[in-house]
Design a protein around this ligand. Structure first.
Ligand code: ZN
Length: 582
């Protein structure tokens, strides 16, 4: 047999060297530690559906939204992959690249059995801290009879409920704390949660005065530049622009106007200047969450003239902000991203006019009926409250103390509520009620077929118990995965209630619409990037907001956030040599 030819050792070494040269020491896109980029700015628009950018595309001017759409990588089909589309979990998801089952935040506020049976805690409230530098008018008076020397303060906030690290946390860890990370919003949760545990600061407003504040979790007093901002004419100017001069309801009245976006972006500029961000030798990071769109959007809905005006006004404000960034830090040194914390449903009556089955459900009545049925089953002739008050879909929280007293365990309790909920919303088909004179005229024998379309009727798409979520007893489908991603545990028993698409709780007219569901319109948000590594284009791959943090982490050469589940959006990345050559 002919011996197999053997490559001389020298030749092997040569090939190995060639392979190494070709494949190994490639220049990284950037390195956070080397200050490439100098600054990452993530703009989160509170309540901004993914289709808005298409809808108003022809109206956009300059380099606001168009900076992303024309010069950046714009993902048109970005959907949150979970079922609880609220503000706090949305912001936590953007920061951590994880869903509720990873970061632990399922709602804006929730019952936490380990902290209080008397009130819900907000996702960020933290009684171990206090808010700082509030105007005296925003600090409540002491209780009658309290000592005049009693300290007066407002309970603080922190990321104590966040169970995962954020992109910012990983930047701080990777650079031994040299990277500086900040969050800004009108809302505390939207400033704190995307920034993370190790953030240098998170700033939000005092709702009556509009002055920016923070919590002693971060610092004892606001930095000098923030105090100067608060002391300037800027808060009053925002109120004038919103035509509510002298208001003491800044959050509600200025917060819902385009002026609020300019106000937040100006504060962001003050932060970048004041903290010299982008001039630090490492990568700094700012999350700015623009709240105005949400405050207004709940009221007038996504299809209103005011929504369009808000979007077009924000387009101009972003143009000015990005142009300022270009003049100061230089856009060539910056990576930008744009996304939102959730979408929104149309106003139910508007959708119903088109024939959509957009019914509303009165939750107060539903809870009363549920309690009555539970009492009949477990405590006849009594009026025990089996449900924690303050319904907040998609979660219906049980009072486990009441069930335990009645000798009912979690499985039986949750199964009971699950069954009764479905029946309460969609009564089972039964014998038709006897036709009486009070209902129909005597000459009517049978109801005639409807001569016009019937009004929307509530539907239950599914009810899932905490135990089912915890044990993964869910449909082996995308639907099951959405639900599993919404699991959180704060020591309560609960069920998740999913109404039919375009259906929601009855908001009693005070607000027009809301977001909370696993349906596409609540999950569809923009995702777009701008910066040296990104290949400009319009991308139609189905992606998710969790992909943002992991893509940035990968590009910056740092660890992905601790519970992240996103993927690196390689389809939108330029070839490495092209980036390195820039
Ligand atoms: Zn929101």
């Amino acid at each position: 047999m002919k011996p197999r030819p053997r490559f001389p050792i020298a030749l092997l070494t040569f090939f190995a060297a060639v392979l190494l040269t070709v494949f190994l020491p490639v220049p990284a896109y950037a390195q956070a530690y080397a200050g490439k980029p100098k600054l990452i700015v993530v703009v989160v628009i509170d309540q901004f559906r993914g289709d808005y950018l298409y809808r108003d595309r022809d109206e956009f001017k300059g380099r606001g939204f168009r900076l992303f759409m024309d010069e950046g990588a714009w993902f048109t089909d970005c959907y949150f992959d979970y079922a609880n589309t609220k503000t706090a979990p949305g912001h936590a998801t953007i920061g951590t690249g994880a869903y509720t089952d990873g970061h632990g935040i399922e709602a804006n506020d929730f019952w936490d059995a380990s902290r209080s049976w008397n009130h819900k805690v907000t996702s960020v409230e933290d009684e171990r801290y206090q808010l700082v530098d509030l105007p005296p008018s925003s600090i409540p008076a002491n209780q009658p009879g309290a000592s005049p020397t009693t300290l007066k303060y407002v309970i603080g906030a922190s990321p104590r409920n966040l169970r995962a690290t954020t992109l910012g946390d990983e930047l701080r860890l990777a650079t031994n704390g040299r990277s500086r990370v900040y969050g800004i919003s009108l809302k505390d949760r939207a400033a704190i949660l995307p920034a993370g545990q190790a953030a240098n600061g998170a700033f939000w407003i005092d709702s009556s005065s509009g002055l920016f504040t923070t919590s002693t979790y971060y610092m004892e007093h606001l930095p000098e530049w923030a105090r100067a901002f608060n002391a300037s004419d800027r808060p009053a100017q925002a109120a004038r622009e919103a035509m509510v001069e002298g208001t003491t309801q800044f959050y509600d009245l200025v917060g819902r106007m385009p002026a609020a976006n300019r106000y937040e972006l100006d504060f962001t500029k003050a932060l970048i200047t004041g903290e010299k961000l982008g001039a630090n030798g490492v990568t700094d990071l700012v999350f700015v969450s623009l709240s105005a769109n949400d405050i207004q959007g709940h009221q007038f809905g996504p299809d209103s003239d005011s929504e369009e005006q808000m979007i077009l006004s924000l387009d101009r404000d972003l143009d000015r902000f990005f142009s300022w960034l270009d003049q100061t830090v230089g856009l060539q040194n910056v990576w930008l991203a744009l996304s939102a914390d959730h979408g929104i449903a149309p106003i139910p009556a508007d959708a119903a006019k088109l024939g959509i089955d957009s019914a509303v459900v009165n939750l107060e009545t539903l809870y009363a009926n549920l309690n009555a049925a539970l009492n009949a089953r477990y405590s006849p002739a009594k009026q025990v409250n089996y449900l924690m008050p303050g319904p907040d879909l998609p979660y219906v929280v049980l009072d486990r103390r009441a069930f335990e007293k009645a000798g009912v365990d979690e499985k039986v309790a949750e199964d009971a509520v699950s069954g009764l909920l479905t029946e309460a919303i969609v009564p089972p088909i039964s014998e038709p009620p006897p036709i009486t004179q009070a209902i129909l005229p005597t000459q009517t024998v049978l109801p005639l077929p409807a001569q016009h379309r019937l009004p929307p009727a509530p539907q239950v798409a599914g009810v899932y118990t905490r135990l089912e979520l915890a044990h993964g007893s869910l449909p082996p489908s995308e639907w099951g995965r959405l639900l599993a991603h919404s699991y959180a545990d704060h020591g309560n028993w609960y069920v998740m209630l999913v109404l039919g698409a375009y259906q929601m709780e009855d908001l009693h007219g005070s607000i027009g619409t809301t977001h909370f569901s696993p349906w596409s319109y609540d999950r569809h948000v923009p995702l777009a990037f701008y910066g040296a590594p990104f290949a400009p284009g319009e991308y139609h791959e189905r992606v998710a907001p969790v992909d943002m943090a992991v893509t940035f982490a990968s590009l910056a050469g740092i660890n992905q956030p601790s519970a992240s589940v996103g993927r690196v959006l390689i389809e939108a990345l330029k070839p490495i040599k092209q980036v390195a050559g820039q």
